[in-house]
Design a binder for this molecule. Structure first.
Ligand SMILES: *Cc1c(COP(=O)(O)O)cnc(C)c1O
Length: 303
């Protein structure tokens, strides 16, 4: 399927409670079903660079349900690269068929290298990369989550000139690349808010490394216990949102961000009458994997 960045329009979200603020959702999720949202933005210039430099193989890193792994595998299929995914968790090797993300990536031709959690921590060391070179030959490395300067360049294209009259720009944050791009293309008078999808304070430093302005803040109250951790309240919110607006949210990133935005609107965090633009960064492929886990626990599934 072709990329459709033109489908990424700002959709008004009619709030289900009284407030003077207005909320819009930028539908980056509609760009492509797998290379969706920020993963399209992050891969765009990386793929162009790899093509220009005659790389035949892309190598990247990720966890069991990674949107980035799925997007890179699909991009390899579409653009004719071999792809190698270094995956956290040796135990997954025996369970590829039970894991929708890995199964999909494999169907795109991705070759996996499963490593222990400990090995994964040292994945950027010279000695580990040297071993990978010996095993797989030449490759172009895309970091975990896809964040590098070329990715940020792509994310700087998320906002367009008409978005510059929003007072607030909101995005979910994983590695910080997407929000860095948004910060760099925002106006200094706009406030860029990142909703952290994981626990930990290191994110602020990571964002500062790539951000060229200081008009941003990181909101850390809506990670629901950590990366990919969820509860019944979050699932109920995601399902209500889907019913009300016919827009799917993923449980790892955009669901948590919109839960946070709704909560902050209710708490009058935003200036009266302000316009908020939230970025739907995609990631819907992750729902199936989460539902498998919810089913095992006999909990309400994501619709
Ligand atoms: C990867 C991802 C993010 C996080 O983006 P970063 O650039 O790593 O901060 C946010 N939302 C979705 C849906 C994602 O797939």
């Amino acid at each position: 399927m072709k990329f459709k960045p033109e489908l990424s329009v700002n959709q008004k979200i009619e709030l289900p409670f009284d407030s003077s603020v207005s909320l819009y959702l930028k539908r980056e999720d509609l760009i492509h079903p797998i290379i969706s949202g920020n993963k399209y933005r992050k891969l765009k210039y990386n793929i162009a660079f790899a093509e220009k430099n005659n790389h035949q193989t892309l190598l990247t890193f990720g966890g069991a349900y990674s949107n980035h792994i799925a997007a890179t595998a699909e991009a390899g299929r579409v653009y004719g690269f071999k792809t190698i995914g270094v995956i956290r968790g040796e135990e997954l090797e025996a369970k590829i068929n039970q894991n929708p993300t890995l199964k999909y990536a494999q169907s795109c031709g991705m070759i996996f290298k499963f490593v222990t959690r400990d090995q994964f921590k040292y994945k950027s060391t010279d000695s580990f990369l040297e071993k990978l070179k010996q095993e797989f030959g030449d490759f172009f490395i895309i970091p975990e989550g896809g964040t590098n300067p070329l990715a940020i360049q792509g994310c700087e294209e998320i906002l367009n000139p008409t978005d510059l009259d929003f007072g607030y720009i909101c995005s979910s944050v994983g590695t910080g690349g997407t929000i860095a791009g948004l910060i760099n293309c925002s106006k200094p008078s706009q406030q860029v808010l990142g909703f952290s999808a994981l626990k930990g304070d290191f994110l602020k430093q990571d964002i500062s490394k790539f951000a060229t302005q200081t008009n941003w803040d990181l909101i850390t109250d809506y990670h629901f216990g950590g990366y990919a951790k969820i509860n019944t309240e979050l699932v109920a919110f995601i399902n209500q949102f889907k019913q009300q607006y016919a827009i799917a949210l993923d449980p790892v990133y955009t669901g948590k961000m919109l839960f946070g935005i709704f909560d902050l609107i209710k708490k009058e965090f935003f200036k009266p009458n302000s316009k908020i633009l939230a970025i739907h960064t995609g990631g819907l492929q992750g729902i199936e994997g989460m539902n498998k886990r919810l089913k095992q626990k006999q909990q309400q599934l994501i619709l």
